[in-house]
Ligand binder design. Structure first.
Ligand code: ZN
Length: 160
């Protein structure tokens, strides 16, 4: 069976950036199961896997537009530390929900000085070129329940 819309795809993957650093891998965590055509994974990887079958090895080099989008520098801003009055220790990498004109946005603390904190509303992988090394383990038809839920049930998917 080939990967097509409405199929369940089970993959092993390693994701690296252009510097060769591993950003994420299924190694150790176990394979990932996703539903093709439902936006469970980034667009670029769905495109690269379309038409593949169990046993295929796929290398995909994906530009930010088909991954987590471009970086928008204006989405990073410096705010006074006192605005975080309720937070005892602000640390790099902490995430907060911030209210904006476009609704709530997750922001990440990327810099701290004595009295200022820089928060960044970009996805941590925005602007990053992603290189996937994928092995397709299994392709099967999705169940009606999986299609209704928009995600895979069982190993590598949702448990509920
Ligand atoms: Zn479900």
């Amino acid at each position: 069976m080939k990967v097509a819309e409405n199929t369940v795809v089970v993959i092993d993957y390693t994701l690296t950036n252009n510097e060769g650093e591993v950003i994420d891998t299924s190694d150790g965590a176990g394979p990932l199961a996703y539903l093709q055509g439902f936006g469970n994974i980034i667009d670029g990887l769905e495109e690269a896997l379309e038409g593949k079958q169990a046993g295929d090895k796929v290398k995909a080099s994906i530009e930010p537009a088909k991954a987590y989008g471009e970086r928008h520098d204006e989405m990073a801003q410096e705010v006074p530390k006192e605005l975080f009055g309720g937070v005892e220790n602000i640390e790099l990498g902490m995430q907060f929900e911030s209210e904006t004109d476009d609704g709530p946005v997750m922001v990440t603390v990327v810099a701290i000085t004595d009295d200022m904190v820089t928060v960044d509303g970009n996805h941590p992988l925005a602007g990053v070129h992603l290189n996937f090394d994928v092995t397709v383990r299994e392709v099967r038809e999705a169940t009606e329940e999986e299609l209704a839920h928009g995600h895979v049930h069982g190993d590598g998917g949702h448990h509920h």
